[in-house]
Ligand binder design. Structure first.
Ligand code: GDP
Ligand code: GDP
Length: 436
């Protein structure tokens, strides 16, 4: 199911990121404290009245050294391009400013619905100040307070009203959907072509084109796959195309629709910060991951090169320690055939369910081996564990006090679970719940 996208625009300091965080909520992240994952929160998902949607904080999209107004203008254009509904945010304490009028001018030109929010209306007495904002020409302004969490419900009611009908994405549960993500020029398009090489039966050529990607379903034997390809969707000639975070947006949406994400790295260039960022999103979204080192043909190698490269990856992508690594060349097609088994394996583990009794044996053995931690005189007690979800496999552990399950002990339990059941290729989530 595709979700509608909401973008927040407005000049700096009106409270966009405060509202973004409110709407996204304090969702438990599976990477909380994992070093190496770079989080920038510009894109996430929210929920209101049974509607799920994506939300973008355009304020987080840095446009290089662009002057102030130019930056706001580009952010507004991104919102117009990317969003189904735009939240135009202003500041009730400062009134309508020239910069607000600039943003309004850009938004007039779009046909996208705009919901005008006046933030920092922290108490009812301030509500009178919102009338000036009618002058911006977007109808009724919605007074809100990000710091106090006021008015968000009414504003979101209005946002949800404007959601378009979304097309159902009707791939069967058994179809393995995967995407390729990575920086420009690492060879994603070439790899798509190599994967779709001669012997594949393409079920229907370009079955679906979404705003972000081209879907190509194909079949090998009885197994159906869908490649979600974002690389072919480049918009040429737009200024913001060059901004790193903008191109990341597209990858993020492909990640959300995937079961398995291939993180493609260019062997010639090694690993750079942006690779980690992108991979971090796949991990955080709970998708299965296969790391693909492409252009292996272009590397001068001896018998140690692969091992060394692998070690480098393990250091840089410590949070992806479960992801298999495949070395290949999309150009010469060498070793491309080693990729598919890893995609299958990762996908299988992503939806693997384990038997509850065996799981509890594993946990109890783990506790016997390495006693639970104590904090201020209280020891963590683990009562029992159960798997509550797949994609990714998610375990709830019932304990006396959830705060006592520290990161390091959780990590220890995760490792014991992995030792017992494998789960290669997929992240797993552990949630502690109190049982009194
Ligand atoms: P952005 O630049 O538009 O993303 O704005 P931020 O979300 O970073 O907020 C800018 C400043 O306004 C921060 O100091 C926030 O704490 C403050 N702020 C955000 N929402 C409110 C609000 O509802 N009331 C008040 N009084 N301050 C707020
Ligand atoms: P994308 O931007 O990630 O989709 O990358 P492309 O598939 O467009 O490839 C970028 C460039 O890298 C092109 O010039 C390709 O010919 C080249 N390339 C792709 N795969 C390989 C490979 O395995 N080996 C070598 N040597 N070059 C490759």
């Amino acid at each position: 199911m595709q979700k509608p996208t909401v973008a927040i625009v407005g000049r700096p300091n009106v409270g966009k990121s405060t509202i973004f965080n409110r709407v996204v909520g304090e969702r438990v992240s599976i990477v909380e404290d994992i070093p190496g994952v770079t989080r920038d929160r510009i894109y996430s998902s929210g929920e209101w009245l049974n509607s799920n949607f994506h939300i973008i904080d355009t304020g987080g999209i840095e446009i290089g050294d662009a002057p102030f107004l130019e930056e706001i203008r580009q952010q507004a254009e991104i919102a117009i391009d990317e969003a189904d509904v735009i939240i135009f945010m202003t500041n009730g304490r400062e009134g309508v400013t020239a910069a607000d009028e600039q943003v309004a001018k850009i938004l007039y030109k779009s046909k996208k619905p705009v919901v005008l929010a006046v933030n920092k209306v922290d108490n009812p007495e301030m509500r009178d100040s919102i009338y000036d904002f009618y002058a911006l020409g977007f109808g009724e302004p919605f007074p809100i307070s990000g710091s106090h969490g006021l008015g968000l419900g009414d504003m979101l009611d209005e946002v949800v009203k404007h959601f378009p009908e979304m097309n159902e994405e009707d791939y069967d549960e058994e179809v393995i959907k995967f995407s390729l993500i990575g920086r420009p020029n690492v060879g994603k398009s070439s790899l798509v072509n190599a994967i779709l090489g001669e012997e594949r039966v393409i079920v229907s050529n370009i079955a679906g084109t979404t705003r972000d990607a081209i879907d190509t379903p194909y079949k090998i034997g009885d197994q159906e796959y869908v490649i979600i390809d974002t690389a072919g969707m480049r918009k040429k000639g737009k200024v913001y195309e060059t901004t790193e975070k903008y191109s990341v947006l597209r990858a993020l949406r492909a990640i959300e629709r995937s079961d398995v994400v291939l993180v493609v790295i260019n062997a010639e260039e090694g690993i750079i910060e942006q690779d980690k960022k992108i991979a971090g999103y796949a991990h955080e979204a709970g998708r299965a991951v296969v790391i693909v080192v492409n252009k292996w043909d272009a590397v001068e190698k001896d018998e140690k090169t692969m091992k060394e490269f692998e070690q480098k990856i393990r250091v840089h992508f410590a949070f992806l320690d479960y992801a298999p690594i495949v070395f290949l060349s999309a150009k010469t097609k060498k070793r491309v055939q080693t990729l598919l088994p890893k995609i299958n394996l990762a996908s299988e583990n992503h939806s693997l369910r384990v038997v509850t009794t065996v799981l509890n044996d594993v946990i109890m053995d783990a506790v016997a081996m390495n006693p639970t931690p104590t904090d201020k005189g209280t020891r963590l007690k683990i009562y029992y564990a159960t798997q509550v979800a797949v994609k990714p496999p998610t375990f709830v552990i019932f304990v006396n006090e959830p705060e006592l399950l520290h990161f390091s002990y959780e990590r220890f339990l995760e490792n014991r679970i992995r030792d017992a059941f494998g789960f290669e290729g997929t992240p797993i989530k552990i949630i502690a719940r109190a049982r009194k």
